[in-house]
Design a protein around this ligand. Structure first.
Ligand code: COA
Ligand code: AMP
Length: 636
């Protein structure tokens, strides 16, 4: 395929998306060519490559083996927490996937059935995802840091026939048993799952329920290798739940065809990595970054993908990432700014970087949260490679704005995610829906249709898709982020416009945490905001009002609330700060003034909202935040 400049690619994708995306699609193997590239027949539910038939697993594995690349490295597993490192060629990974797909078939998993995967960062998680794709089952991976009730919500929504899990995950030095969480989730869920496949790890053995539960290796006994099942390009490949503003997670649906086309192209156009290169997304398969850039993107492009079961610090030290780069000759690394901040905090001088030969590294990519310019500059100086911040969401599945290294590398502006990626028409609208000028903050929206690879809808909830994303400004997808575009066309993401917060690159709903707080028998009402945190970007902070007559001591209540959030949402919420107040700042119509609370917690100046019911509440809230260590200018 001809190499395009950024300007050319952007123009072509905008002016003639049918031709542009058809050309990109030709890089893949199709079982039947599409009849329409962009199908507008059911707008605003746009579909890509209608009429086409494809299999994503075939394109990620079999295609490479059939074309003689079976001996190339496909997956590198490195687990400092267990001391295990494994390498799989394309042929080896294909063998494992085909066999496990056969095991799923043997258990009666049919095309379109859902399979939930709740696993730590082990190769079997990747095998399970690809096996589902192979037999046209729809996988839904749930991040291991979520507690049983969150898993149960996803089980009830996706209604899987099988849940695949492991006996445990390993968090630094700590063994976290997973199976008891699965058992509890299956008890809490109304939906009944037929089978549960459990990978037994040596660090902890899980008890299996006869009849329902099977050991991973037992499931493989007598299983025939399953062939790829061809599917409509528009059929669902996976559901990935993400946080919205309420406690009910949103099931983002990704299709087969458009997804494969967009991801395969993004590997060369955005990341400038190609067949044979080593790509490492230091994320988790439970997040969208893991789906797109640990599993599908690198394999579709014929790269070797790195699966890392460890942390940026503590496994064993802040040099862990650089050891990985050196040992596996990583060409491009993708991580969250939080991880870099954690490394920088422990190794500000970069001494541990100098211990390793990281000359293979060509670029570092950051996403998941806003990256402060200091961290970008630090990484650039210490690593001596371009540090590329890029912006995307679970919903989009691949970057909306980036400095496309494989098209035309552009100057880096620290703090900006660079320019819109070809296919995305990003605009900034004021609250009334009119475009604002360069440099003015407003709502970041994307003009419809969204490019291939983005969400098709929400799982069994077309109306929710429309209501959440498409109705605020007709003809546009609402990203939920606020920001601006500068005179050079660079996009700057500044904050969320809703109650979604971003904790260590993990997206959480303050509404979900509030529901948990309000569920405590002594709590009348609670409000949670995301307060700025130097390491994790944001941390949730809660304020609660006691029910009349509640006698619990404040210390006991705080401990119980913190534990409740951990048990009901998960440790990943990092909920540690909660205070008791007598009133919350509200408007006269009763709406909690969360943005005012956020400004107070972050010690930012703000105007007292004219709609406030009782300005006296601000004083009490300020005092409560101060007691928690907030509402004080940094450094004072
Ligand atoms: N299974 C079970 N528990 C998990 C988990 C998992 N998969 N992932 C995280 N947790 C737990 C952690 O053990 C921790 O528990 P604790 O409260 O008992 O300490 C809690 O959830 C919070 O985890 P985390 O946010 O990861 O904090 P941390 O203090 O362990 O580590 C960082 C701090 C900065 C090193 C870490 O947040 C990090 O690596 N962030 C990068 C995130 C990232 O890559 N995001 C990808 C999006 S692109
Ligand atoms: P998630 O769906 O979990 O990937 O979270 C998506 C959200 O993370 C976005 O809507 C943004 O709020 C935030 N985000 C992701 N990447 C960036 C970035 N590069 N800069 C600023 N915010 C980002």
């Amino acid at each position: 395929m001809e190499k395009l400049t950024y300007v050319d690619a952007y123009r072509r994708a905008t002016e003639n998306p049918d031709v542009f995306w058809a050309e990109r699609a030709s890089a893949l193997t199709w079982d039947r060519r599409w009849t329409r590239v962009l199908d507008t027949s059911n707008a605003p539910f746009y579909r890509w490559f209608s009429g086409g038939r494809i299999n994503t697993c075939y394109n990620a594995l079999d295609r490479h083996v059939e074309q003689g690349r079976g001996g190339n490295l496909a997956l590198i597993y490195d687990s400092p927490v267990t001391g295990v490192a494994l390498r799989f060629t394309y042929e080896e990974l294909l063998n494992q996937v085909a066999s496990f797909a056969g095991a799923l078939r043997k258990l009666g998993v049919e095309r379109g059935d859902r399979v939930i995967i709740y696993m730590p960062m082990v190769p079997e998680a990747v095998v399970a995802m690809l096996a589902c794709a192979r037999i046209a089952a729809v996988h839904s991976v749930v991040f291991g840091g979520f507690a049983a009730p969150e898993l149960a919500k996803r089980i009830d929504d996706a209604k899987p026939v099988v849940v695949i899990s492991a006996s445990c995950g390993i968090e630094g030095q700590r063994v976290v048993p997973y199976k008891p969480l699965v058992d509890e989730a299956l008890k809490l869920a109304h939906h009944v799952v037929r089978h549960c496949i459990v990978l037994q790890r040596p660090q902890a053995t899980a008890a299996l329920l006869p009849g329902r539960d099977l050991d991973w290796s037992e499931a493989l006994i007598g299983a025939q290798r399953a062939p790829c099942i061809t599917v409509e390009a528009t059929d669902p490949l996976y559901i990935l739940y993400t946080s919205g503003t309420t406690g009910k997670p949103k099931g983002v649906v990704r299709d087969h065809g458009g997804h494969a086309v967009a991801l395969a192209w993004s590997m060369s156009a955005i990341y400038d990595v190609h067949q044979g290169d080593v790509f490492w997304a230091a994320s988790d398969v439970g997040w969208v970054v893991g789906h797109s850039y640990i599993v599908y993107g690198p394999l579709l492009a014929g790269c070797a993908s790195v699966l890392y079961e460890g942390k940026p610090v503590g496994t064993p030290d802040a040099g862990a990432f650089w050891r990985m780069v050196a040992e596996h000759r990583v060409n491009a690394l993708f991580t969250a700014p939080t991880a870099l901040r954690a490394i920088k905090k422990e190794d500000p001088g970069g001494g541990l970087i100098n211990k390793y030969d990281i000359s293979s590294l060509r670029a570092l990519f950051l996403a998941g949260e806003r990256c402060d310019p200091d961290t970008v500059h630090w990484a650039q100086e210490k690593l001596n490679v371009p540090v590329i911040d890029h912006w995307w969401q679970t919903e989009t599945g691949w970057p909306v704005a980036a400095n496309c290294r494989g098209l035309t590398p552009l100057p880096i502006k620290a703090g900006s995610a660079s320019v819109p990626v070809p296919g995305y028409d990003v605009r900034v609208l004021g609250d009334a829906g009119t475009p604002v000028g360069a440099g003015t903050i407003g709502n970041l929206v994307i003009r419809l249709p969204l490019p291939p690879g983005t969400l098709a809808t929400l799982w069994e909830n077309d109306e929710g898709y429309r209501d959440n994303y498409l109705t605020r400004y007709e003809g546009y997808y609402l990203t939920g982020d606020a920001g601006f575009i500068d005179t050079d066309g660079y996009v700057w993401i500044m904050s969320r416009i809703d109650d979604v917060i971003n904790v260590a690159g993990h997206r959480l709903s303050t509404g979900a945490i509030e529901e948990v707080l309000a569920g405590h028998p002594a709590v009348a009402e609670g409000a949670v905001i995301g307060a700025a945190d130097a390491l994790k970007g944001q941390l949730p902070v809660g304020l609660v009002i006691l029910k009349a007559g509640a006698t619990i001591s404040p210390a006991q209540l705080r401990a119980e609330l913190i534990d409740r959030v951990r048990q009901q949402i998960g440790p990943i919420a990092s909920f540690r700060h909660v205070a008791i107040v007598t009133r919350l700042p509200k408007t006269r119509s009763g709406k909690v003034l969360r943005s005012t609370m956020r400004a107070i917690a972050d010690a930012r100046s703000f105007n007292v909202p004219p709609t406030i019911d009782d300005p006296g509440t601000l004083e009490e809230v300020t005092g409560a935040f101060k007691n928690l260590g907030y509402a004080t200018p940094a450094g004072s």
